[in-house]
Design a protein around this ligand. Structure first.
Ligand SMILES: Cc1cc2nc3c(=O)[nH]c(=O)nc-3n(C[C@H](O)[C@H](O)[C@H](O)COP(=O)(O)OP(=O)(O)OC[C@H]3O[C@@H](n4cnc5c(N)ncnc54)[C@H](O)[C@@H]3O)c2cc1C
Length: 383
């Protein structure tokens, strides 16, 4: 049948795009639909970092940090035109994390991912180097490296490759219904077109459970917590090509990152919300981010310095921890009620781990797929 696909993917964020590329490259017939433009939801509202997630070490997420650091290396290699290593400075604050704890964290961060081209961390004298940027009270700091990425481009490059490899990608097409049939799925788009596919993948990011409940009309035992993260953008606060990891008294951290040559990107916050639709920053979040800058920097900012803001929703797997402690790892929910029509729901994840996630999706679905190339390939092929 001409319009019978091996995989139908709901959602063209980084996860859907990565899976579409990986699967198409293995010779599978892939259809991906997004209700908007690809890469224009959560995947372009991030802090734009390919990072190990230094902070997650505090929550003992060693496996996630290790995988993320390894992926940092891979993504930097396969997407050199849109990634850039960047030094991050952590000003030490007596009342917060001890020097020993930070050094231990950075030691693990330097080594958990194995061999890397990215420079190792070091202790630095802030008064000597950054006295014009940071408040005088910060005399000691630590420097480590992470990688800045153009998040939207990362999605678009995966999508472009998937198309070249034969995938069908449609934008501005909401999936409104999905029914199990004898040999797979019958999926209805909002222009009433019906597509048939052997397997259905739900990569709808923060809309995942909305799709489970209202489109697929099935059950899942996974609940999620929607947590809004907001950023403010100001004219650049300093000229140096460095970023800061600022510690707040509530134990959260805020990044200050050079952005598009002329700006500083400052974020993020964590606010639990009820819906994934139309996220936008609140006045409290703006104040929180402004205060963080003013508590650390010589230059003081106010509302008037904000030139733009954006917010995104993290779909975090519910593990009944406080928002900053909820795992950022991904979880698969493979629903095989009927052997011939598997459904894979993808919960959580990060930009950084999308490629590995896509490989694991292929592994999990392997027994349900027609003959295809099972050899992993995306780690060594440039986007
Ligand atoms: C504030 C913030 C900062 C972050 N910073 C980082 C960072 O620096 N580094 C990092 O690695 N990760 C970061 N993350 C995490 C990362 O951004 C996300 O994990 C990732 O973008 C999720 O991608 P996704 O494909 O699951 O979701 P999305 O990008 O949201 O894609 C889901 C897509 O599904 C589509 N969709 C939904 N319902 C339907 C439907 N019925 N029919 C068709 N299409 C549908 C939507 O239109 C959307 O395009 C951050 C997240 C947030 C919120």
């Amino acid at each position: 049948m001409n319009n019978y696909f091996d995989l139908f993917i709901i959602g063209g964020g980084i996860n859907g795009a990565g899976i579409a590329r990986d699967a198409s490259g293995r010779g599978l017939k892939v259809y991906l639909a997004d209700k908007g433009k690809v890469g224009s939801a959560t995947s372009s509202w991030s802090s734009k970092l390919i990072h190990g997630g230094l902070r997650y070490l505090e929550n003992y997420e060693f496996k996630l940090v290790r995988e993320s650091l390894k992926e940092r290396e891979v993504i930097t290699n396969i997407a050199p035109t849109i990634t850039k290593p960047l030094p991050f400075i952590i000003p030490y604050t007596k009342k917060l994390r001890s020097k020993l704890l930070i050094r231990l964290g950075l030691f693990l961060y330097d080594h958990l991912g194995g061999n890397t081209k990215i420079p190792k961390s070091s202790k630095i004298n802030l008064n000597k180097k950054y006295s014009k940027i940071l408040n005088q009270k910060f005399s000691v700091g630590f420097q480590y490296y992470d990688v800045q990425v153009d998040d939207k481009k990362l999605v678009e490059m995966n999508i472009d490759d998937a198309k070249k490899l034969g995938a069908t990608i449609v934008e501005d097409r909401k999936v409104i219904n999905a029914n199990r049939i004898d040999d797979g799925w019958e999926i209805t788009l909002d222009n009433n077109e019906i597509i048939k596919s052997k397997i259905l993948i739900n990569a709808a990011g923060p809309w995942i459970n909305e799709v489970v409940n209202n489109v697929i009309k099935t059950n899942t035992n996974k609940s999620i917590r929607l947590v809004r993260g907001s950023h403010i953008i100001t004219k650049k606060l300093y000229d140096e090509e460095i970023a800061f990891t600022l510690q707040n008294e509530d134990n959260r951290i805020v990044f200050v990152i050079p952005y598009k040559k002329k700006y500083s990107l400052i974020g993020t916050t964590e606010v639990e919300v009820k819906t994934a639709d139309n996220p936008s920053i609140s006045d409290e979040e703006k104040i929180y981010l402004i205060n963080t800058i003013n508590n650390h920097f010589v230059k003081q900012i106010s509302n008037e310095d904000i030139v733009e803001t954006y917010s995104g929703i993290r779909p975090l797997i519910e593990d009944y921890n406080e928002a900053s402690k909820v795992t950022r790892d991904y979880v698969f929910d493979l629903n095989i009620q009927n052997k011939n029509s598997p459904l894979l729901n993808i919960y959580g994840g990060k930009l950084t781990t999308y490629r590995k996630l896509s490989e694991k999706v292929m592994e999990v679905l392997n027994p349900h797929l027609p003959t295809h190339n099972t050899k992993n390939w995306t780690h060594s092929k440039n986007l």
